[in-house]
Design a binder for this molecule. Structure first.
Ligand SMILES: [Zn+2]
Ligand SMILES: [Zn+2]
Length: 430
């Protein structure tokens, strides 16, 4: 049975996150997206942890579901999830500390097997004097190796996964305050790093250019700050019987390609740190051009924010990605973006787009099924606009163009041609 997992999300208690991010709403959106396993996020936050304990019950080791699934159905509810959404206790922390005379800022995911273990971790972090109330993603002034050692002492089943490993700020390999290898970041604990999260701005092909990453699997998660962004990226597994926490960890540790089937990826160029650039000047370029410019903005001459492509090339030791024994991946464009392009509107959160998104995910299938599997015939019959089925077909074939994102600005995807967009008598997206 297919299980799609998204292990990196946030609650309404994390900075700059939607008020809608509460467990029943998260479950509803996961059902719409086609996610079966989702992180709770933020369990170190006292109010969110109370919300988790109030709403969730354990169904298998380390796997939870809503106690009251009737709350999933809205009044007059149109959504009837045929499979329940399950939760795992995965949380992001932000570590800021000094190592080797440099300021380091990294984000890591902590996977916990039980509520009791979460409680032990929370007590330990409180004892160390960290403020867990200020933010669902707490800031911890502690070295990565030291934190992982302490966590393993509390429960050896805990695992740590570096989050969005390549983004310039707050990442293990980030150009601003990261490290050049897993060993440099985690020291003696490096052998317990089974996976890294590639982040929106890089994909597995880029990561496979580094032999130093042969020891880990690449995970992909949404890092959603609002329900609509759940499942922007995700991990696809196949299990004969419903998986437990231990089984997921085993699959990651053993790189079990019979269970871990593929990851679902954003096109990395669409991520907001793919290219180098200067947001203030609206200037972006590829790493070669940056080199010619001395890594300075062509307009204001200030240092460029060096993107993920730049960092990957700097650390890569292979010309061609090595794909043998690696987890495959499939690239998608979120359904709301495709609908927006077909309708000729620039915002994916506009009423027009939302209405069509809800209609399609109610009447046809969940979003992942529509994007990945649904026969084009079925799409053509019920999609309303035949251009939508055509756009999804092209997306599946990778026939699209993307203006790469840079310095915090998302890239823009274009699937339709000018004359097709104007057919809808709407201004083109770009
Ligand atoms: Zn983060
Ligand atoms: Zn500039």
């Amino acid at each position: 049975m297919r299980y799609i997992a998204d292990w990196h999300i946030h609650s309404k208690y994390s900075r700059a996150c939607s008020r809608e991010l509460v467990l029943p709403t998260i479950a509803l959106w996961c059902a719409r997206k086609g996610i079966q396993i989702v992180a709770t996020g933020d369990w170190t936050h006292p109010e969110w942890f109370a919300h988790i304990k109030e709403h969730l019950e354990e169904v298998r080791q380390g796997i939870f579901r809503l106690k009251n699934t009737a709350s999933l159905l809205r009044p007059g509810g149109t959504l009837r999830p045929d499979r329940e959404v399950e939760f795992m206790l995965v949380q992001e922390v932000s570590q800021m500390y000094k190592k080797g005379d440099r300021a380091r800022r990294v984000h890591h995911l902590i996977f916990s097997p039980s509520l009791e273990t979460c409680e032990r971790v929370i007590n330990e972090l409180n004892r160390l004097g960290f403020n867990l109330k200020a933010d669902g993603r707490p800031i911890l002034g502690i070295d990565s190796e030291e934190l992982y050692m302490r966590l393993k002492e509390l429960d050896e089943k805990i695992i740590v996964v570096p989050a969005h490993a390549w983004t310039p700020w707050y990442a293990m390999f980030g150009s601003k305050s990261g490290f050049d290898s897993i060993e440099e970041c985690f020291g003696s604990m490096a052998s317990y790093i089974y996976a890294i999260e590639t982040g929106l701005s890089s994909d597995p092909a880029m990561n496979r250019q580094l032999s130093l990453l042969d020891q880990v699997v690449c995970l992909s998660n949404s890092d959603a700050h609002s329900p609509r962004n759940l499942g922007r990226e995700a991990n696809v597994f196949d299990f004969e019987s419903p998986p437990t926490y231990d089984e997921f960890v085993r699959v990651l540790r053993e790189k079990d390609t019979s269970r871990f089937q593929y990851t679902i990826e954003f096109y990395p160029q669409e991520g907001k740190y793919h290219f180098d650039g200067c947001a203030a000047c609206g200037f972006s370029c590829d790493p070669e051009e940056s080199k010619r410019l001395g890594n300075r903005c062509a307009h204001c001459k200030r240092p460029l924010t060096l993107g993920v492509e730049h960092r990957v090339r700097a650390l890569a030791d292979r010309d061609q990605p090595q794909s043998e024994g690696k987890i495959p991946f499939r690239s998608i464009v979120p359904l709301a973006e495709i609908i927006a392009e077909v309708k000729g509107v620039s915002s994916t959160t506009s009423k027009k787009v939302e209405t069509e998104y809800v209609r399609l995910t109610n009447e046809l299938a969940d979003e992942f099924t529509i994007l990945l599997d649904l026969p084009l015939e079925a799409l053509r019959e019920s999609a309303g606009d035949p251009l939508l089925a055509e756009a999804i077909a092209r997306m599946r074939r990778g026939e699209l163009s993307i203006r790469p994102g840079y310095d915090g600005i998302y890239g823009t995807v274009r699937i339709l041609r000018d004359e097709e967009s104007s057919r809808a008598k709407q201004p083109a997206l770009l």
